[in-house]
Design a protein around this ligand. Structure first.
Ligand code: 5GP
Ligand code: ZN
Length: 113
């Protein structure tokens, strides 16, 4: 777990977050700069730098992110939402600990800019 990783610090409680869900494998918390009325992130507690770094042994963990994200979205009152994983700087990734964005609560245009 790299000492410099922002999301590892959130997992360890060194940086506060608005937690929506937590278990032994996953954490969901509100995005600090929401891009929609509902915008939260689901992350694994295991440090994986991004989608391209997902290993075969992580497949179940990444699948659980979908299930947990959908449940949290429902608890937040949205059943329609967008799921985003950014991979690499050009795609908009700024934090290199894999995270699933869930955005909803307004009409979302497609394709993204
Ligand atoms: P990325 O651009 O890497 O796909 O997404 C990173 C997300 O993390 C951004 O939407 C950004 O607003 C969010 N973020 C960055 N720093 C913090 C923080 O300290 N706390 C929370 N809750 N979200 C953060
Ligand atoms: Zn990390």
């Amino acid at each position: 777990m790299p000492d410099t990783c922002l999301f590892c610090k959130i997992i360890k409680g060194e940086i506060p977050s608005d937690t929506l869900y937590e278990d032994d494998q996953l954490l969901a918390f509100r995005d600090i700069a929401p891009a929609a009325p509902i915008h939260f992130l689901v992350i694994p507690k295991k440090h994986i730098s991004g989608p391209s770094a997902v290993a075969e042994e992580d497949e179940q963990l990444i699948g659980r992110m979908m299930r947990v994200g959908s449940k949290v979205a429902k608890k937040e009152g949205i059943e329609q939402f967008r799921v985003v994983f950014n991979n690499g700087e050009e795609a908009g990734q700024t934090v290199f600990h894999i995270h699933m964005h869930i955005l909803g609560g307004r009409n979302l245009s497609w394709p993204p800019g």
